[in-house]
Design a binder for this molecule. Structure first.
Ligand SMILES: [Fe+2]
Length: 178
C-alpha cells in the first residue's frame, strides 16, 4: 500500500494572518492612492468601503470628517491593524484587560490610559481584547484610514466612559453594521 501524497512543502496560504500581516496589508493598501481617493467623503459623517483583507480577514476603508470618532469599543477575540492614509487620527486606548462577561460598569485604575497620534503613513497593530476609541480631532481636515481584523469581527462591545468609569452600553453584531 502506498502512502498518500504529501502536500507541497510551501503552502502558507491557509495560515491565519498575524498582526504583522494585517499591518503590512493596511500599509500597502494605504499606498494605493487611487483606491484611497475613491472613497466617497461626507462632511456630515463617516463613510466606509469594505475591502478584501488577506487570509479571510475583514478590512475597511474609512473616511472621518473633522470632529468624528468611534466612541470606546473593543473587538472581542479579533486582532487588528489600522493606519492613517491621509489626515491624522488620535487613538485613546486602555492598557488593561477587561473581563469578557458579567459586568455592566467597571472602575478603571489610574494609569491605564494610553494615547497616540497617527499621521499619514503611521499605523499600529493590536492584539485580542484591545479597547480603544479613534478620533479625528482636526477642525478642518478629513482623515482616511485603512483597517483590517482577523478573525472577521464577531461582535463589537460599545462603552461609555465617565472619568474612570467604563459602562457597557451595547453589543453590536455583524448584522447591526452591515
Ligand atoms: Fe476599533
Amino acid at each position: 500500500m502506498s502512502l498518500p501524497a504529501t502536500p507541497a512543502p510551501s503552502a502558507p496560504t491557509t495560515a491565519a494572518p498575524t498582526q504583522a500581516d494585517l499591518l503590512d496589508f493596511v500599509r500597502r493598501t494605504a499606498a494605493d492612492r487611487d483606491l484611497i481617493a475613491s472613497l466617497p467623503l461626507d462632511p456630515e459623517g463617516r463613510t466606509w468601503v469594505r475591502l478584501e483583507g488577506p487570509g479571510g480577514s475583514e478590512a475597511w476603508l474609512i473616511g472621518w470628517p473633522p470632529g468624528t470618532g468611534t466612541g470606546w469599543h473593543d473587538h472581542a477575540d479579533s486582532v487588528g491593524a489600522f493606519l492613517a492614509a491621509s489626515g491624522e487620527l488620535k487613538e485613546n486606548s486602555l492598557a488593561a484587560r477587561l473581563p469578557t462577561d458579567g459586568w455592566k460598569t467597571l472602575e478603571l485604575s489610574e494609569g491605564v490610559d494610553r494615547e497616540r497620534r497617527l499621521t499619514a503613513g503611521q499605523g499600529r497593530a493590536f492584539g485580542r481584547h484591545h479597547v480603544h476609541e479613534v478620533l479625528n480631532e482636526s477642525t478642518t481636515e478629513h482623515a482616511v484610514s485603512v483597517h483590517a481584523y482577523y478573525p472577521p469581527l464577531p461582535q463589537i462591545r460599545r462603552y461609555s466612559r465617565t472619568g474612570q468609569t467604563l459602562r457597557l452600553e451595547s453589543v453590536e453584531r455583524p448584522e447591526d453594521w452591515q
